[in-house]
Design a protein around this ligand. Structure first.
Ligand SMILES: Nc1ncnc2c1ncn2[C@@H]1O[C@H](COP(=O)(O)OP(=O)(O)OP(=O)(O)O)[C@@H](O)[C@H]1O
Ligand SMILES: [Mg+2]
Length: 220
């Protein structure tokens, strides 16, 4: 599904030069659930951003379903991303003056659905994450775990093949964290959504089928 071949990326600025990724190669098969672990600054978020086509790399090759993503222009890449990839962040990244259901509908705009279809789909997704009764509340009226569940529903808005999650439980208490992980595990088991997740927590990493480690930009 995804094949990264010898990806390297550096950040250059103000005389500082950081090699964030060094010759990273990774194969991801459909239905995989992968955890990425490693110290702060080891390149985990950089790798996730590249997997999600949010960031460019200096060297190497990225194939998604055997298509080299190099060939996409900016706009095609945005469409490709919207269709195939859902993101979940540590800090939820919801829009605070929109309701839960409006947040979930947001990515659907690009997918050519009318407003009634968007509403129906978004309510179904909120129901799936157990939050139908909070659909018309705004994020700040929800608990952290509930906000992250809204974020998961939003990530699923366009039926992505793959979910990328950067410390999805990092801002949650233990109990809410495990709830989020049960939800992701179910998506992976039942809907065969491929998941790649960064975490610092050994207990959380155990939900994955495979754990990979990063050190100083190198995938070990
Ligand atoms: N926009 C940027 N400009 C310059 N350097 C950056 C930028 N983003 C990341 N870096 C550097 O690249 C390296 C990898 O950063 P990255 O965010 O991928 O680490 P991480 O493993 O996600 O760390 P953490 O666990 O703290 O989130 C770090 O040395 C970081 O300082
Ligand atoms: Mg990070």
């Amino acid at each position: 599904m995804i094949e990264l071949k010898n990806i390297s990326k550096s950040y250059k600025g103000k005389g500082v030069f950081t090699r964030a990724l060094v010759n990273v190669s990774l194969r991801v098969e459909p239905g995989d659930f992968i955890a990425i672990m490693g110290r702060s600054g080891s390149g985990k978020t950089t790798l996730l951003n590249i997997l999600g086509c949010m960031d460019r790399f200096d060297e190497g090759e990225y194939l998604f379903d055997n298509v080299n993503i190099h060939k996409y222009r900016e706009k095609e890449l945005a469409n490709f991303r919207n269709k195939n990839i859902g993101f979940i962040f540590q800090a939820f990244n919801l829009i605070n003056d929109m309701t839960a259901v409006e947040n979930v509908e947001l990515p659907m705009g690009f997918a050519g659905l009318n407003s009634r279809e968007r509403r129906t789909n978004a309510m179904k997704l909120l129901d799936d994450v157990g939050l139908k009764d909070k659909a018309f509340n705004k994020p700040l009226e929800l608990s952290g775990g509930q906000q992250q569940r809204v974020a998961i529903a939003r990530a699923l808005a366009n039926n992505p093949k793959i979910i990328l999650a950067d410390e999805p439980t990092g801002n949650l208490d233990e109990e809410s964290g495990f709830q989020i992980m049960d939800l992701l595990k179910n998506l992976n088991n039942q809907k065969k959504v491929t998941i790649i997740m960064v975490t610092h927590d050994e207990q959380i990493a155990k939900y994955a089928d495979r754990i990979v480690y990063m050190r100083d930009g190198v995938l070990l």
